[in-house]
Design a protein around this ligand. Sequence first.
Ligand code: ADP
Ligand code: MG
Length: 696
Amino acid sequence: MAKDKVSAEWGELLFDDADMQERLPKPTYKKLRRVIEDGEPLDLDIANEVAHAMKEWALEKGATHFTHWFQPLTGITSEKHDSFLTPKGDGTVLMAFSGKELVQGEPDASSFPSGGLRATFEARGYTVWDPTSPAFIKDEVLCIPTAFISYTGEALDKKTPLLRSEVALERQAKRVLKLFGQEPRRVVTTIGPEQEYFLIKESDYEARPDLILCGRTLFGAAPAKGQELDEHYFGAIRPTVNEFMKELDDELWKLGIPAKTKHNEVAPCQHELAPVFETGSLAIDDNLLTMEKMKLLASHHGLVCLQHEKPFEYVNGSGKHNNWSISADGKNLLEPGPDPEHNLRFIVFLAALVSAVDEHADLLRMSVASAGNDHRLGANEAPPAIISIFLGDNLSPVVEALIRKEHAEAQEVTLMDLGVPALPEIIRDNTDRNRTSPFAFTGNKFEFRMPGSRQNLGDPNVILNLAVAEQCDRFVTYVENHPDEDFRIVAMRWARHTFRDHHRVLFNGNGYSDDWEVEAERRGLPNLKSTPDALPALIDPENVKLFEKYGVLTEAELHARYVSKAEQYAKLLNIEANCMVDMARRLYIPAISAYTGDLATAVAAKAELGVVSETEKSLITTLTNGIDAVWKLTADLDDRNSTAREITDPTDQDNYYRDEVIPAMDALRSAVDSLEPLVGEDWWPVPTYNSILYYV
Ligand code: ADP
Ligand code: MG
């Protein structure tokens, strides 16, 4: 039977399990599976055989080069292409690829951000194959997913700590499950990243230096129409956009990326793609690849894909919802089960998650902090900077009842008496969603809604995995400290106390309301509004201990990450400030000046004929004063940015950017924006919101 289009394309460019099975000798395949599934060490003989099979496969698909594909601290992916070509010396060439080239690479990595780590340790870093993420072909290049570490083993990338956190969580979760009499082979996390993005016309993009340099508009008066009519969300997809989406789906399916849902989002020009969830780091690799493909393929359709967290003022920015769960041999542990035994396990994992999020709200907030995301968090469109958990109308009463039911701890009782609730099946089909909650239970998974569209999801998942691992560990310790009691009684008590102690983080109300900010403060929940407020959590001594205890990051690595994130914030704002100064001086002022000049010429000509317009004269005065104001504000921004650049301590520098430079940027923007509606369209030097956001 002929295959349907999708099945035929599926995974064509992915060196997947079927390819390995087909191309590797059976014993080699089996050993490789053990490396992939059980983390067994890989010996060079196996690597050589795998490399050979991979190369043959890649050559058949037209590949000419290979690369180690990795995720430095910039968060985006990096690659350096090497061809398979090896001259034989007799004028002919051989296409070669060795096991050593597969497992280890040495990019000249001196230019990647390391937060000072490489200076402290070893200058060079190297990439190591991550066999859990299959190789793929992209534009005739065989891409090998890798981790990037220093010669002395320090993590220099986003993937290494993620893999370490997955190990920590698996280890602790297995200990918990063992108490329930379960010994799964693997415990993994599952992640479904919903990716939001904007698509605009390439011609508009090319005409705006701010979009080109910063990925967002730094100026722009409010459009006549925003998103108030709610007509874009789930609206019919424009043909150009649909063509793009179809090509994107095809390309992603070929790479074995399970793209599933696509629709228009709330803001004009905004769209979303959601894949079917996959296991931890693989889901993140695939998300990065998806983002890359989006950018590349948009150009085939005369479009540009903007992945910035806030490309346009006045309409929503873009997030990336991190749907997260934990799964034991394919069984979702956040899914309430058919019987009380299952439900007890569910309750324990739920409690672990609630306490993990409450105790480490600062770290979770840190993990999504960036200059771009600061425009989203706290604005009325994205979850606030305060972390709270939404359990919904079905689960909340269950948890509240549990907390109250202190007495049911007698011996010899049934699980029902213990307060293990008969969780209604409807919890799984939980449809009442609270879009304003940063961390929402959605039936069988949690959805962390704070991450920005552009970010690598490694960071927030490291925190989730680590924080939940710690709680699992605590649960096991608690049970071990009560050896004489029935396990179920002890487990239930732990869950009850945990919910009670972390009750403050549970909130089902409107996260966007001002009342919540006041209430959250009363509850003692942190409200870290800006990136400079949020980043220090990474080097808080208590947090350092936590990372070190579970082997996720060392103090030196954490420091390096802090420096790197702090520098990133300052560098980004420096670029934005420079860009604003440049646009104001070389685009806006000349344009406003030209318009004012033309107006003045016309007024003078009319005056000669005896026609005097007071309106025009007053407009000339307004524009002239406006130009003066813009000049002054530009000089002020330029000065403050120069001062900021001189500050050497990264923390001081970030604070200065937040307190002194950003207000100057805001002031300049609003001065220019207020003149935009007064200047003739033919004189205005860049496309306006009205034309960028609404096109056919
Ligand atoms: P929404 O209404 O938020 O768009 P969807 O039902 O479309 O919700 O699911 C959103 C994402 O959640 C999808 O990427 C989906 O694959 C993912 N998801 C579903 N179940 C799980 C799970 N157990 N673990 C992680 N992600 C999941
Ligand atoms: Mg969602």
